[in-house]
Each structure stands twice: as structure tokens, then as C-alpha cells.
Design a protein around this ligand. Structure first.
Ligand code: RRO
Length: 307
């Protein structure tokens, strides 16, 4: 069930959601060959910014009914160290190198980047354009845990301008990761397409909040957010029906391919997203519970099963 996506030939339609599977840490934990290679048809890196970021203060996670609220705040080592330290390692892992010289099928590497302005996005994209290891780029304009990234993604005019600017700096496929936290997601998808995006991906997490457990001594009316960042982004099964609605709305509005994600745990969930128009499906939160979930879902899809 190979799939053609933005000029890339993929073994199957299941990839990962950015930031939900650290390939380098997984190789360390599960062994070099990850039991026969990465479980994805393409691997999306976590979000990279121009400068290093510490991320948000703890606590960073809250388990919600049927989901997870994160306020990670995109900690990362910054562009320069991503390229010098992580890229060679990721190229090796996605290149199919396995233990004992065995090679799994290579999976294209999609690097996810986030800037707070067109200029920052441009510098990130220009640096990635130079690297043959990177097959495609995903622009994160939708992180709920930093102010600036969200603003660009929720404003169709700004979004189109940013995509148009970076489009002229790269010939690699450009995927725009859309925010679900806006009234008109198809308008943003159309703006990305108009700016020259090759594909859109959705949904990122839904802005959410959890309060710290109340203690007897707390003054009434002074709720304290649990997450260090105040609010966070909700993912997991709880968001699946919202993801399905938004993917359906976007897929029927744009002509470019759509990567659908949000609470996918099974081949049936993946099939739903494909049926409403997604070309690829990404597994995110489920990979925290079962790092091999994407491989299982791809296998079941190929067998025609959907449960
Ligand atoms: O790092 C994060 O807090 C984060 C990011 Br970049 C994102 O795109 N989505 C999300 O839920 N968390």
C-alpha cells in the first residue's frame, strides 16, 4: 500500500505527529534497529527553532479524560546544533541502518521548524534547503504553547505571506501544520495553499487548561493552573471527533494533500481520516503508550482491517 506524497514514495500512509516520537531517544531505549526500523513511512522531527529554547517550566503534562494536555514549550537545541548533532544521527536512523548491517527500508526525514516571523522561518528553511538528508519541511504555525507561532497560523493573511516568503527559498516539499484553535480552519488551509504549500497537516493540539488540585488553605476564587505554562494543548482520543471534522472540512476545501491526525489509535481511526480525504495519517499521543503503534496501524490498514 505504498503512497505517493509530495513527490515522495512512502511504504504506507502512516507517519508520526511532530514531537511525539523522539527517534534518537527511542534508538537509545529500544536498541539500534528499533525492532526492524522506525515504525513510520516518513519521520517528522520535533520542532526546531532558530535559537535554543529551554521549554516551559514544569509541570508540563496533565492526564485528562481520554487525552493528554501538554505544555512542553518546544525545548530544543536550536538550528545550528540540530544540524551538527541531530541531523547526522537522524539521517542514520531514517536511512534504514540496522544492527548487523541489516537495512530496513529508508524513511524520508521531514524537519519541522517554527519561527516567530517570516524572517525567522526564512532562515530556518534556507538552512534546511542546504541539507540533502532532509526530504521535506513542515512549518509549525500552530503550537498552542507559545504566543507567536499561534498568531501566524490563525491569521490567513499572515500565513499566506509567510508561506509565500519561504516558498521562494526552497524546492523541498513544504507542509504547513495548521492550528485547530481558530474559527475557520479551511480558510487557513486555503491561505497556505495559496502561498505555495505542497500539503497541510492537522490537527495540532487544542488549547486547554487544568487546575491544580485544591488544597484546604487555598483562598476561594484563586484557582491555580496546574501546568507551568498556564495553558497547554490537548491531544489523544478526546480530540478525535474534532480532528475528523476539521480534516474533512479542509480536505474538501483544498487541492493539495492533507495529513490527518488527532487521537488515532487504530486502523479504523486511520481509515476514517483517509475516508474523509487525508492522504497520510499521523500517529501522535498513542505512540507514548505504544511506541510500535504506527507499525501496527499500518499493518492492519494494509490487511484491509480497520479495528
Ligand atoms: O512543544 C510544545 O509545547 C508543543 C508544540 Br511545538 C506543538 O506544536 N504542539 C503541542 O501541543 N506542543
Amino acid at each position: 500500500m505504498s503512497v505517493r506524497f509530495c513527490g515522495l514514495e512512502l511504504a504506507h500512509p502512516v507517519i508520526n505527529g511532530s514531537g511525539t516520537f523522539d527517534a534518537i531517544a527511542a534508538a537509545r531505549t529500544f536498541g539500534e534497529d528499533l525492532r526492524g526500523g522506525l515504525p513510520f513511512a516518513a519521520y517528522v522531527s520535533k520542532t526546531i527553532t532558530l535559537e535554543p529554547r529551554e521549554g516551559n517550566p514544569p509541570p508540563r503534562l496533565w492526564e485528562a479524560p481520554g487525552g493528554l494536555i501538554n505544555s512542553i514549550g518546544l525545548p530544543n537545541k536550536g538550528l545550528a546544533r540540530y544540524i551538527s548533532e541531530d541531523l547526522p544521527e537522524l539521517a542514520r536512523l531514517t536511512g534504514g541502518a540496522g544492527r548487523d548491517g541489516r537495512r530496513a527500508r529508508p524513511v524520508p526525514l521531514i524537519t519541522n521548524v517554527m519561527g516567530s516571523s517570516a524572517d525567522e522561518f526564512t532562515r530556518l528553511v534556507e538552512a534546511c534547503q542546504e541539507r540533502a538528508e532532509i526530504a521535506a519541511l513542515e512549518l509549525n504555525v500552530s503550537c498552542p504553547n507559545v504566543q507567536t507561532g499561534l498568531d501566524i497560523g490563525a491569521d490567513p493573511h499572515q500565513l499566506e505571506r509567510v508561506v509565500r516568503t519561504v516558498r521562494s527559498r526552497t524546492n523541498k516539499p513544504l507542509i504547513v501544520k495548521l492550528t485547530p484553535n481558530t474559527a475557520d480552519v479551511p480558510a487557513c488551509a486555503l491561505a497556505a495553499q495559496e502561498g505555495g504549500a505542497d500539503a497541510v497537516s492537522l490537527i495540532n493540539t487544542l488549547r486547554a487548561m487544568a487546575l491544580a488540585p485544591r488544597v484546604r488553605s487555598a483562598a476561594p476564587g484563586s484557582p491555580r493552573p496546574w501546568l507551568g505554562g498556564g495553558t497547554g494543548g490537548l491531544s489523544g482520543p478526546a480530540v478525535r471527533p474534532i480532528a475528523l471534522a476539521q480534516v474533512a472540512a479542509v480536505a474538501s476545501s483544498v487541492a493539495i494533500p492533507v495529513v490527518g491526525m488527532g487521537g488515532v489509535q487504530s486502523a479504523a481511526h486511520a481509515r476514517d481520516l483517509i475516508d474523509v480525504g487525508a492522504t497520510l495519517v499521523a500517529v501522535g499521543t498513542e505512540s507514548f503508550r505504544d511506541p510500535a503503534a504506527a507499525a501496527r496501524i499500518a499493518r492492519e490498514l494494509a490487511q484491509g482491517g480497520a479495528d
